[in-house]
Ligand binder design. Structure first.
Ligand SMILES: O=P(O)(O)O[C@H]1O[C@H](CO)[C@@H](O)[C@H]1O
Ligand SMILES: O=c1cc[nH]c(=O)[nH]1
Length: 233
């Protein structure tokens, strides 16, 4: 069933492996920086997707938009109808621990959420939302000591002050806040596919240190390097 309601690519136009930032402009930049012979294969709603090769291997790059519902739509269509098997989200996040700095890289070994993405599938059960063990193992093998690995919060709210919530999550070892890892992990579980989120700290929720919006679009080299190495193992 291709094209789908949200993707205009034809059958076979995506590689089995995909890098997925939230931002369509970052997707275009990553495709231009990484891929040989990058071709635009979909642009529905301005959510651009590209396919090319890297080191001779096919690779696609496509944006997810923002939030668990948006990434759930794209990931479902990609896994179910386009034969995509492994998606690595390459996104930005807000750091929680004091010793996490802007520019640091976080590998999300689990995703907490208040979204319903982990509770609607099996009534009465809050599913554990986790990455593919194979991709996580590859990321741990490929990463240096400078990468942080731990749970993140995938929230449905960018603007919502909840007193005490960040502190409580931090005390439980939560490294960062972002908005899509839980939706991606839940979708991969439902579709029998693989997923991982690798994130760059774009701002710190306590110190308020932050990248500019231009830096958020451009400063991703360490995260991308790890994502590419992870897929190659
Ligand atoms: O930079 P991306 O990948 O979009 O990720 C983060 O940035 C957006 C919020 O500004 C949310 O999508 C959040 O998850
Ligand atoms: O979703 C996000 C992304 C960056 N920083 C945050 O605090 N939240």
């Amino acid at each position: 069933m291709t094209p789908t309601p949200h993707i205009s690519a034809g059958s076979g136009e995506f590689a089995p492996d995909m890098l997925m930032p939230g931002d369509p402009k970052r997707a275009a930049r990553i495709a231009a920086d990484l891929l040989t012979d990058a071709t635009l294969v979909t642009d529905v709603r301005g959510i651009s997707g590209f396919t090319g090769t890297i080191g001779g291997r096919p690779l696609s790059v496509m944006a997810s938009g923002m939030g668990n519902p948006s990434i759930s739509i794209y990931a479902t269509e990609l896994y179910r109808f386009y034969g995509v098997r492994r998606i690595i989200r390459v996104g930005t996040c807000g750091g929680i621990p004091e010793d996490l700095a802007v520019g640091d890289v976080v590998v999300a070994s689990a995703a907490h959420t208040e979204s319903t993405t982990g509770t609607v599938r099996v009534p009465g059960v809050s599913l554990s939302l986790a990455p593919s063990p194979h991709l996580l193992r590859s990321a741990l093998t490929a990463s240096g000591a400078d990468v942080r690995v731990g749970p993140v919060l995938s929230t449905d709210f960018f603007y919502l002050t909840r007193p005490g919530v960040v502190d409580a999550l931090g005390e439980l070892g939560t490294l960062a806040i972002e908005m899509e890892a839980a939706g991606l992990y839940a979708t991969a579980m439902a579709e029998g596919a693989e997923a991982l989120a690798i994130l760059t700290v774009s701002d710190h929720v306590k110190t308020r240190a932050a990248m500019s919006s231009d830096e958020r679009e451009r400063r991703y080299e360490r995260m991308l390097d790890l994502a590419v190495k992870t897929l190659s193992l």
